[in-house]
Design a protein around this ligand. Sequence first.
Ligand code: HBI
Ligand code: FE
Length: 263
Amino acid sequence: MGARPALPEVSDRSAHGLRGDYSRAHADYRVDQDPADYRPDEHRRWRRLYERQSALLPGRACQAFIDSLESLDCADRIPGLDRHGERLSRLTGWRLIGVPGLIPDEAFFEHLAGRRFPVTVWLRSAAELDYIVEPDIFHDFFGHVPMLAVPAIADFVAAFGAACLRARGEAARRRLARLYWYTIEFGLVREAGGLRAYGAGLLSSPAELRHAVESSQAGHRRFDADQVMASDFRIDGFQSKYFVVESFEALFAEARRALATAP
Ligand code: HBI
Ligand code: FE
C-alpha cells in the first residue's frame, strides 16, 4: 500500500482522486456490499492473492493471526462482510462495514470507536497484484480482520478511535496516527520462534512481510509509545523502522496509558 491521496472533503462525495464509488455512500460513508456484485475473475484473483500470501505466513505471521485467519475460512471467494461481522461480533464485539475506500478521518475514528471496522468493498486489479496505492478489500479484510478477533487488539483499536475523537488539534491526531501505523499497520511481536508480524500492512504485502521480519536492515526497535508517537512514517515504500512488542497485552497496557494522556 503506497501513497495515501488527500482524503475527500465530507461534502465531496465524488472524492476526486480516489477510485471507489462514493456516490452511493451514506452520510457515515457506509456502502452496502453485495457479494453477488463480484465477477468470477475477481474471486479468482482473491484466491490467488490469498494463496500467495498465506504461503508466506508460517514463521513470519504471529500465531494469533494464523489461527484466526484459518477460522475465517475465506480462501475461496471474496468474503461477505455481514456474515463474518456476525461471527466477529460474538468474539470481540466488532462488526464489519463496507466503505468505498479511504474515508475522512472523523468518520473513520467514529466507526473504530463504535467497533465498526471499515472494509473497502472493491478488489485491486490484476495489474496491482504486488503494489496497490489505496487499501482494497484484500488489505482490509485479509490484513486487518483476523487480528480484530484478538481481544487485546480489538480493545486497542476501539480505544484508538475514541482517543482520536477526543484529541484536540492536528499534532495530537498525528501522534495517535503514528501509534496506529507502527502497531495495527506495521507492528511486530516477539514470539518464542522469533519476530512475527501482526500489522495488516505487513500481513497483506509479500515483500514487506519478508523484509520486516527477516531483514537485519529492517530497523527493529523495542516498542516505546512515546518514541512511536514521535516517529513520523512513510506511506510509500518500506518503513525505516519497525517496533516490536513483547505481547498484545503489553501493547494495550502501554498504549492505553498513552491514549489516556494524549493531549
Ligand atoms: N479510511 N477506509 C479507511 N481505511 C483507513 O485505514 C483509513 C481511512 N481513513 C483515514 C485513515 N485510515 C488514517 O487517517 C488513520 O489510519 C489515521
Ligand atoms: Fe490498513
